[in-house]
Design a protein around this ligand. Structure first.
Ligand SMILES: NC(=O)c1ccc[n+]([C@@H]2O[C@H](COP(=O)([O-])OP(=O)(O)OC[C@H]3O[C@@H](n4cnc5c(N)ncnc54)[C@H](OP(=O)(O)O)[C@@H]3O)[C@@H](O)[C@H]2O)c1
Length: 322
């Protein structure tokens, strides 16, 4: 079958190990099912994989892709939950220490077909296109869990989203606005600040700018470059929800004095559960809110999508269709 896969690693030139070609049909263990993929979206995770982060040489070749939408063996339209927990795991899949993401241990979703555990399949409403649905299982699910589960944000609260252009950040802006939150954003880039206002932010500021009001919570995926500003932007008792460190994990100043004196909470968040994915799908179906697709490309042109993401010139998601 046709697939987009990693054949080798390169930290300097990740696209050098990217191959578009033929791979064997997926192996389907007991309790798993095969999905015919209609769309799969690109995440930074796929570039990290090509750089050798989270994968070992002996696992290559590995089909990339952590999320997909397609058709199951009974002809139903479905969204794939990309978090694979260990057999017999019960409860919140993201707390399973042995969990993996599609394309880490099991072959990924950028292929004509992908095998997943039966419980990892969520019905896709007809109101969502395959391309829109394929955006949800990684970046959008991460934003959903950060806002509503780990962050426990409620309508009427104020949230600051750092780094407005990112995949998780754009999802957080749209979902927070739809949920009745007041949404502040920062970005280094004027054009991204303008786009953030278009998709739902109430106010947009330059990265590091002093805010006219304090936030109840901050959605943090930038890390080192924005951490100090995140801490300083919170009201006493506020919380930072962190799921990524695009600018690096090592902090110049963790601002611990402010953290304890203002009684702030620092909350880690990673991906989301199958039930949270189902709730996210329902939220989009019932609100009419849609994922922001930067561009849709045939999977045969996936290399162009990877190049765009490597250059960083993306606002929203890149989706590959079959
Ligand atoms: N834990 C999880 O489950 C999970 C899931 C998905 C993603 N992630 C992680 O979350 C992070 C974000 O991923 P993503 O794909 O959403 O976003 P992304 O496209 O990597 O970008 C995030 C934003 O970071 C900002 N940024 C980058 N470098 C910066 C710097 N030096 N100073 C200030 N801002 C900077 C940029 O904002 P502006 O250009 O607008 O300033 C950019 O739009 C990644 O580290 C990813 O690995 C984690």
């Amino acid at each position: 079958m046709f697939a987009v896969y990693a054949e080798s690693f390169s930290s300097d030139d990740p696209l050098s190990g990217l191959v578009l070609g033929e791979r064997p049909e997926p192996e389907v263990p007991d309790g798993w099912t095969t999905i015919t993929v209609k769309a799969a979206s690109l995440n930074h995770h796929d570039l990290f994989s090509l750089r050798g982060v989270g994968l070992k040489q002996e696992q290559l070749p590995m089909i990339l892709g952590t999320d997909a939408a397609g058709i199951d063996e009974d002809g139903n339209e479905v969204v794939v939950h990309g978090v694979i927990s260990s057999p017999g795991w019960e409860g919140d899949e993201t707390f399973d220490p042995k969990r993996s993401l599609l394309s880490e241990r099991h072959q990924g979703s950028m292929a004509e077909r992908v095998a997943v555990p039966r419980r990892n399949v969520v019905p896709k409403p007809a109101s969502l296109s395959f391309a829109e649905a394929a955006c949800l299982p990684t970046a959008w699910l991460t934003a959903y869990r950060m806002l509503f589960s780990r962050g426990a944000l409620r309508p009427g609260e104020t949230v600051l989203v750092q780094g407005a252009g990112g995949g998780v950040a754009t999802a957080a802006i749209v979902l927070a606005r739809a949920a009745g939150l007041r949404v502040l954003v920062t970005s280094r880039d004027e054009a991204k600040r303008a786009r953030a206002l278009e998709i739902g932010a109430h106010e947009a500021f330059e990265s590091g700018a002093r805010l006219p009001e304090k936030a109840d919570a901050v959605i943090e995926t930038v890390g080192r470059a924005t951490w100090s500003h995140s801490v300083r932007s919170l009201r006493p008792g506020g919380r930072i929800i962190t799921s990524g460190t695009t600018s690096g994990p090592d902090l110049d100043d963790a601002e611990l004095t402010r953290v304890f004196f203002l009684q702030l909470s620092v909350i880690g968040s990673t991906m989301g559960t199958r039930d949270e994915l189902a709730a996210l799908v329902t939220m989009l179906d019932s609100t009419g809110v849609r994922p922001l697709v930067d561009r849709e490309l045939p999977m045969a042109e996936a290399r162009d999508g990877f190049a765009l993401m490597a250059e960083g010139d993306v606002f929203g998601k890149i989706v590959f269709t079959l």
